[in-house]
Design a protein around this ligand. Structure first.
Ligand code: ATP
Ligand code: MG
Length: 650
């Protein structure tokens, strides 16, 4: 992990620090009085009825934040900006999948659209507390639908539009949704593909679904069930834009969202209103240093993931900033697409996943280099540990060697970012999410719940521990939908006597006390008594010029307990070198970079890695392969065909 030629940490420039929203003092404020600090953050929002109590933790682990306050989430994301005189500010620059297909919506436009949609949903018989499944591509109607639900106190459950009818059915059934909002089809790589047909399949036997509301997006033909199906342009476009928002209790449920399924069967995570919006808004403002008058913020995540909820909808809109919302994929019509969009709209802040950065690296820097990316002043990542190699490339090639990078650790369950540098404060270290945010408390503990001590030096082997959150936080999940036992069991049983939330991730401190998230606990291998993280071995492999991506898992081994098995995808210019030579070279590289103990027992060159639809590597399925087991739950796998290719390559 030590590299002599590159700096070990990257402090922000003096100019960045001077203009930053968040300074060092924010940590002190939060430490002095955590609850008063959160009350202050909550008061960045507009409350119809002010709260008098900040936190009620008497029924732990079921938290109540700001419980006697009332607010309307959609009002906070839209109307109040119009009332403040910013109705003409662009809320959304929407970029369609096809070049030339774009739309901008000001905050006033958004207010009208949300008002119409809210009236239409009321017309369809929906009342506060009902659940609505949203199965839409990345079109403005998706955001409008979410906000209309929020405005009416309906709980949305957004389902990624790339999921199958089966995955959709499971989520509709689990939530007992009354309405499904979808589109006739969606554009995928330049072509229209059907979407509503999956809804027809999914709801055929769902007796809770009363209506299917359909946006005409592609014009492709659809089957129509009279009485059940309604067109968006019939009921929404004709509705009145006037709509008085009702204020709901802070603990009124806002949405239900299923986790990515990286570790197992997806869990239906419940979030509520006041606490969620408080932390979404606060973290967005401070981590991304938002200046609503001038910034153009782009979070590339699909609305089907929590990142798309918190930093694609609720965070940016609550802060009244202009954001980019992109329907397509980064390589359609060419690998220039993201960079063209940054250039076209003058994006100032760009937030994506490590897998995207590694993909850009694989394609080569000629694509970003062909564009003026000088508008970018801040970059972010989320979703997985980012290997230092990719981090540095991101900073140099995309960030013009100056933009700070915020590596944000959080989960569907945490609702908003928890561990992240503040960009004007931290000297960031590539691969580290650094420290818990002001107001948040995280610890790395051992098996007994005792906090690990930072090592005296960063040389040698690092002790890995378990990442826990030892204090409740406003946007914490309020449960797993319909399954309080699974909620307690999954997150609160491991350190029950300490009252810690166990995140399921392993982490370590470095000698400065910075936090390095190493991946999921299953992703730490035990080789002859040495704890080695998959992320560390992968990082060593990706450090080799010939390797585009790597996934590492531990397999049971008679002599060493676990043995390291690696799967690598080669870069385009090394694709022909798939012989024994590169395999030996890579194994030696890991031995040299980390330790001879970490030398992979097996290394396979494969055409692709199994990933979730949100782009995370599914190591649990690779473990099934190396241990020759049946594959576990594959419902959230991107490409089921990948395993034939991996088996063929083995
Ligand atoms: P499931 O819980 O169903 O297995 P998942 O954990 O992948 O799926 P998410 O809630 O989307 O579902 O992802 C949260 C996880 O992503 C974290 O627990 C962590 O493992 C990983 N993660 C997110 N951000 C970071 C980051 N900045 N650094 C390291 N890991 C991260
Ligand atoms: Mg998880």
């Amino acid at each position: 992990m030590t590299e002599t030629h590159a700096p070990l940490s990257y402090p922000p420039s003096a100019e960045f620090t001077a203009q930053a929203n968040a300074a060092e003092g924010l940590y002190r404020d939060a430490e002095q009085d955590r609850l008063a600090f959160w009350a202050e953050q909550a008061n960045r929002l507009s409350w119809a009825t002010p709260f008098s109590q900040v936190l009620d933790w008497s029924e732990a682990p079921f938290a109540k934040w700001f419980a006697d306050g009332k607010l309307n989430v959609a009002y906070n994301c839209v109307d109040r900006h119009v009332e403040a005189g910013n109705g003409d500010r662009v809320a959304i620059y929407w970029e369609g999948e096809q070049i030339g297909d774009s739309r901008s919506l000001t905050y006033r436009d958004l207010q009208d659209e949300v008002g119409k949609a809210a009236n239409a949903l009321t017309g369809l018989g929906l009342v506060a507390g009902d659940r609505v499944a949203i199965y839409l591509p990345m079109i403005p109607e998706a955001i409008v639908a979410m906000l209309a639900c929020a405005r009416l106190g309906l709980m949305h459950s957004v389902v990624f539009a790339g999921y199958t009818a089966n995955a959709l059915r499971a989520r509709i059934d689990d939530a007992e949704a009354k309405l499904v909002i979808t589109a006739d089809g969606q554009f995928r790589r330049g072509k229209p593909a059907p979407l509503k047909n999956a809804v027809d399949d999914a709801v055929a036997s769902a007796d809770t679904v009363e209506h299917v509301l359909v946006v005409r997006r592609t014009g492709i033909e659809v089957d129509w069930k009279q009485g059940r199906d309604v067109w968006w342009h019939d009921v929404v476009d004709s509705a009145s834009p006037e709509h008085d928002p009702e204020a709901f209790d802070a603990e009124h449920p806002l949405f239900l969202l299923y986790t990515s399924g990286t570790t197992g069967k997806p869990k239906g995570i419940v979030h509520t209103s006041g606490g969620y919006l408080t932390q979404a808004s606060y973290t967005h403002h401070n981590i991304f240093d938002i200046k609503p008058e001038t910034d153009v913020f782009w979070c590339t995540a699909d609305i089907g993931w929590v990142t798309g909820h918190t930093y694609g909808v609720y965070g940016p809109l609550s802060n009244g900033v202009t954001e980019i919302f992109f329907e397509g994929t980064p390589d359609t019509p060419s690998q220039h697409r993201h960079f063209q969009i940054i250039e076209k709209y003058g994006a100032t802040i760009y937030y994506t996943a490590p897998t995207m950065v590694r993909t850009f690296m694989k394609w080569g820097r000629e694509f970003p280099d062909a564009h003026d990316l000088s508008s970018l002043r801040l970059l972010g990542t989320v979703g997985e540990p980012i290997n230092p190699e990719a981090w540095r490339w991101y900073r140099t090639v995309i960030g013009g060697d100056s933009a700070p990078i915020v590596d944000t650790w959080w989960q569907t369950e945490t609702g908003a970012a928890m561990i992240s540098p503040l960009p004007g404060v931290a000297a960031t270290k590539p691969g580290s999410a650094m420290a818990a945010l002001p107001g948040i408390s995280a610890k790395v503990v051992d098996d007994h719940g005792d906090e690990l001590a930072p090592p005296s030096t960063d040389e040698g082997e690092h002790a890995a521990g378990y990442l826990v959150l030892d204090q409740p936080w406003p946007s914490m999940l309020r449960g797993i939908w319909g399954d309080p036992d699974r909620f307690r069991e999954t997150y609160w049983s491991r350190y029950a006597e300490h009252g810690y939330y166990f995140a399921g991730d392993s982490a370590r401190y470095d000698s400065d006390g910075a936090i390095w998230v190493m991946g999921r606990i299953d992703d730490v291998m035990n080789v002859s008594g040495h704890r080695i993280s998959t992320a560390e071995v992968e990082s060593a492999l990706v450090g080799h010029a010939g390797v585009a991506e790597a996934a590492v898992v531990g397999a049971t081994d008679d002599t060493t307990g676990q043995a390291i098995c690696a799967f690598v995808v080669l870069t385009a210019d090394h694709a022909d070198t798939a012989g024994a030579e590169i395999i030996d070279e890579l194994r030696a590289e890991v031995a040299k970079e980390i330790s001879p103990i970490a030398r992979p027992r097996e290394l396979h060159v494969v055409p692709e890695l199994p990933k979730t639809r949100s782009g995370k590597i599914m190591r649990r399925l690779l473990r099934d392969i190396v241990e020759k087991r049946e594959l576990g739950d594959t419902s959230t796998l991107l490409d089921p065909g990948v395993f034939d290719a991996i088996r063929a390559a083995k």
